[in-house]
Design a protein around this ligand. Structure first.
Ligand code: ASP
Ligand code: CP
Length: 311
């Protein structure tokens, strides 16, 4: 199996068999990681650069681990100490890294479309690690893997994505992936945080948690992304929690075995109650993090089959 593209820039446009094949490969990396073994030959002599213009804990660390477990040389470029601060542009930064012959560029950027632009300018394979409010493809893959492992399938599941959908690249990637795989996706949140495009994407929209959670198999809470908000989109944190915070009372409307997800980082007591987030039966938040490493290993593996560099 090969990837359909040389880069991984978005989920939109991927076909179900391609997504299923990525999840199958990631599944084999879950087993490898759990066995404590590595596969360091696969990317030996290859260089992966993590280029993160926005903060990250999970994504950056798991790409680093994934690269190292497959034998790559991994460099975490610290943008805050880089020549970006001297005014160097994104494209000049990328051209500089390109001249060092890196094979893989993992990019997180505040502007939607930045990884796409870079992919047209560099020889390395580019992976989108989250761009503005556009997409976060590896997050959607790891979420899908987590759901598939728990529920045994994606098809026919009712999935409620709750909260700040407007600013969420996680929601967008998940809507594309889960809809393509036959899940029935709905979004739940205040009108100010639900984008108009949801109707075009074919998802049901609810502005009330009781209705939105009714019969759901999966409930995914999203972080309230204050850093991307203009003032006035949400009331106080307390009021937000009262109406849209995921607590056990609201969760009773979902199916009795509904699983709870959150991409992280969490604002406890804002979009999710600590008791729900830490519930060992319902919450799969830690499992999502584990799946993140396996999914990123699978993505690196697949892109390596294309030879990485466009030279
Ligand atoms: N970590 C995810 C992202 O970077 C979700 C979030 O920050 O709320 O998109
Ligand atoms: N879920 C996610 O992307 O987390 P980080 O922002 O910590 O990478």
């Amino acid at each position: 199996m090969t990837t359909p593209h040389r880069h991984l820039l978005q989920i939109e446009g991927l076909h179900p068999p391609q997504i299923a094949a990525m999840l199958d490969l990631a599944e084999s990396y879950v087993l490898l990681n759990r066995s404590g073994k590595t596969q360091r030959d696969l990317l030996r002599g290859r260089t992966l650069i993590n280029l993160f213009f926005e903060d990250s804990t999970r994504t950056r660390t798991s790409f680093e681990l994934a690269g190292k477990r497959l034998g790559a040389d991994v460099i975490n470029m610290s943008v805050s100490n880089s020549s970006v601060n001297k005014g160097e542009t994104l494209l000049d930064t990328a051209a500089t890294l390109n001249a060092m012959m890196c094979d893989l560029l993992v990019v997180r950027h505040g502007e939607s479309g930045a990884p796409n632009l870079l992919a047209q300018k560099v020889d390395a394979a580019v992976i989108n690690a989250g761009d503005g409010t556009h997409e976060h493809p590896t997050q959607a893959l790891l979420d899908a893997l987590t759901i598939r492992r728990r529920k045994g399938r994606l098809e026919g599941l009712k999935i409620a994505i709750c909260g700040d959908v407007l600013h969420s690249r996680v929601a967008r990637s998940n809507i594309h992936l889960l809809s393509a795989m036959g899940s029935s996706v709905r979004v739940v949140g205040p009108p100010t945080l639900i984008p108009a495009e949801c109707a075009r994407l074919g998802v049901e929209v609810f502005h009330n948690m009781v209705e939105g959670l009714t019969d759901a198999d999966v409930v995914m809470a999203l972080r309230v992304q204050r850093e991307r908000m203009s003032a006035g989109l949400v009331p106080s944190a307390r009021e937000y929690f009262r109406f849209f915070g995921l607590d056990f009372e609201k969760l009773t409307y979902a199916k009795p075995d509904a699983m709870v997800m959150h991409p992280g980082p969490m604002n406890r007591g804002v979009e999710i109650d600590s008791a729900v987030a830490d519930d060992p039966v319902r919450s799969v938040i830690k499992e999502q993090v584990e799946m993140g490493v396996a999914v990123r290993m699978a993505v690196l593996d697949l892109l390596s089959r294309q030879g990485f560099r466009n030279v």
